[in-house]
Design a protein. Structure first.
Length: 380
């Protein structure tokens, strides 16, 4: 018996519904693929509003320790506390476990209606840096003593004259390090080689931010030449780069030109959601946060808590289900993951989906969250 303990966070809002669906589908897929020889032992760990109500904290230390002990886990969407405390629970998890890669594969499933003409040409994997850039959270509000001191320093000590309205300006700092950039880009290179995707595009705004985003580009090319020279010369790896605004246009006009994307945090936030929209929306967009050195990984639904529809049996569980399939692949249970992908494509192809997707299909047949989960399991 190959049994793996997987800690999971049920989540807030629609979280419990999509998490229940995910667990049912993964258990059924493993049972079908492995005949009972491989199983997941689910271990719920607290976070979010549920944790605050019970323990007085949104992220108990025991939750981080569980993810460290078992290395691989999954989570539903979490509410970000308002008015102080943790800046973002998702950020806290990523930084607490040093999950420096936000991995967002984007593909189209036959039957899903898309706003673009050829969604089948969208097949990319986004490596988004997860711990630096704006996620470092270094900023000062306008009118505060800290903002005034910061401005005085850059003006008086560094000679910065470009702040037009210093008295009313807020300030932010975006750190982009060579080490942080290299480990993200290295992971993208290795993924491209291992998965026979070959081409990695470094997406940046280095024409304007020459030392942060420009550094990301320079360090990426230098890393390729230093550590992947053989793969470059043999054609197993091709590296190019693209300015972010040009990439956003090109991803619409010629998405087939791109395969693996390596980029910084803010760029990756825009890019991954834009690409998800091209294949049907964030409701079917999976995601993972990974440290490839420690092996720590948290897979997650990429959408929010949607409290307005919570408990109404209408939420689309596919983001969490697909993230679960990614987790199965990460654990080496590829056959079970393929069963899930095939079942989803068959269901969508026949017009069966939750209402958000079915209403756009020519012969769409809307199912509730529970009914869609049951239908998916019947197709495995």
């Amino acid at each position: 018996m190959n049994k793996r303990t997987i800690p999971y966070i049920s989540g807030d809002g629609v979280g419990p519904e999509v998490t229940t669906a995910m667990k049912l589908v993964l258990d059924a897929a493993l049972s079908k693929a492995c005949g009972g020889e491989s199983q997941i032992e689910w271990l719920e760990v607290p976070a979010g509003q549920k944790a605050f109500d019970e323990y007085g904290t949104y992220l108990p230390d025991s939750t981080l320790e569980a993810f460290k002990e078992y290395h691989v886990g999954i989570k539903g969407p979490l509410t970000t506390p308002i008015g102080g405390g943790i800046r973002s629970l998702n950020v806290a998890l990523r930084q607490g476990l040093d999950l420096y890669v936000c991995l967002r594969p984007v593909r189209w499933f036959r039957g899903v209606v898309s706003p673009v003409r050829y969604p089948e040409n969208v097949d990319m994997v986004v490596f988004r840096e997860n711990t630096e850039d704006i996620y470092a959270g270094i900023e000062w509000d306008s009118g505060t003593p800290e903002a005034s001191r910061f401005y005085s320093f850059i003006h008086d000590e560094l000679g910065v004259e470009k702040v037009r309205f210093p008295e009313s300006s807020s300030f932010g700092v975006k750190p982009v390090s060579r080490e942080g950039s290299e480990r993200l880009i290295r992971a993208a290179f290795r993924y491209a080689i291992t998965h026979d995707r070959k081409k990695v595009t470094l997406v940046h705004k280095g024409n304007i931010m020459k030392y942060t985003e420009g550094g990301f580009k320079r360090w990426g090319y230098a890393l390729a030449e230093r550590e992947f020279a053989e793969e470059l010369s043999s054609g197993k790896l091709v590296v190019d780069d693209c300015i972010t605004d040009a990439f956003l246009q090109n991803a619409l006009l010629k998405p087939e030109a791109y395969s693996v994307i390596a980029t910084m945090n803010l760029n990756g936030d825009y890019i991954s959601d834009m690409l998800a929209a091209q294949v049907g929306g964030i409701g079917i967009a999976p995601g993972a946060n990974i440290n490839f050195e420690t092996g720590n990984a948290i897979f997650e639904a990429t959408h929010g808590t949607a409290p307005d529809i919570a408990g109404k049996n209408i939420v689309n569980p596919c983001s969490n289900i697909l993230s679960g399939a990614m987790m199965l692949e990460h654990l080496g249970w590829n056959k079970a993951a393929e069963l899930i992908y095939s079942a989803l494509e068959k269901s969508f192809g026949e017009g069966y989906a939750t209402a958000d997707l079915a209403r756009l299909m020519p012969e769409g047949k809307a199912l509730g969250t529970k009914e869609f989960t049951e239908h998916l399991i019947s197709l495995l």
